[in-house]
Design a protein. Sequence first.
Length: 324
Amino acid sequence: MTKLDTDGLQPRAATSRPPTERLTARDFPPEVLQLFDGYVHGLLDRRGFLERAAQYVLAGSSASALLDALSPRFAAAQQVPTDDARLHTEYVEIASPAGYGKLRAYSARPQKAASKLPSVLVVHENRGLNSHIEDVARRIALEGFHALAPDALFPLGGYPGDEDKARALFGQLDQTKTREDFVEAAQFLQRAPHGNGKVGVVGFCYGGGIANLLAVRLPWLGAAVPFYGSAPPLELVPQIKAALLVQRAENDERVNAGWPAYEAALKAAHIPYEEFVYAGAQHGFHNDTTPRYDQAAAALAWQRTIALFKRALRTPERTKQSKK
């Protein structure tokens, strides 16, 4: 059953704020946010966004400035330093014979672990492995997991350091091969010598769709948490064995349109799941590099995500030790 969360998500009155304070979705007309969503997902090119957004620009500004204000600020959003001494981080290359032949991923895990670690695959949005997703992987690692974040753009040279270029490259991928790369990445975690064999996946937008796909492809998957992701092939839904936690934004017409059919398939197959809709939140609400970030919604969704991974992926011995 859909749960519309309002706890801790009360709307704030409009205030006059200093220019250094970060912008939020409330600072933009809903129509502009919809245009930006179309731009981010390739439904509008840059020129199309600028032309359509121009009508919402205040005097003394420009559509280009509006787009810049909505674009990511990676450095400002970093939560865990790249050289955090508590973590072991590295880039690894993994053979992927059914995919592009080889994939590259960012790996993060605790420097010291009392026992073998549960693992979490982290799947990026439709721009490849940027510094934000690497930071998300480090956040997960600090919770006591081995986090692995592949770069779907590796076969095309890797994330280019520019979001527009990354989106353009993404459209050139053979998604059949790319999906197999993510399957292989999950299998790599399952057999990793320092892992306990239990694997979960969390993904955002495009990555949310991959999380749903892995849930139907991998019967041994322990947990799947799709954030505002597209549904998997509905005929495969009965194959889901993973603990499933679906995170959705209230203001996400494009993705939410596919939920009723997905939910019906889950119910018809008697698949247990949790699903939350975050009141007032936009698509991309967990991404703290852009104004669409909703701090309260993101914190609550992340708390639920980590709690599920701890329940579903830790071995009984580790859980028992942690309670002493």
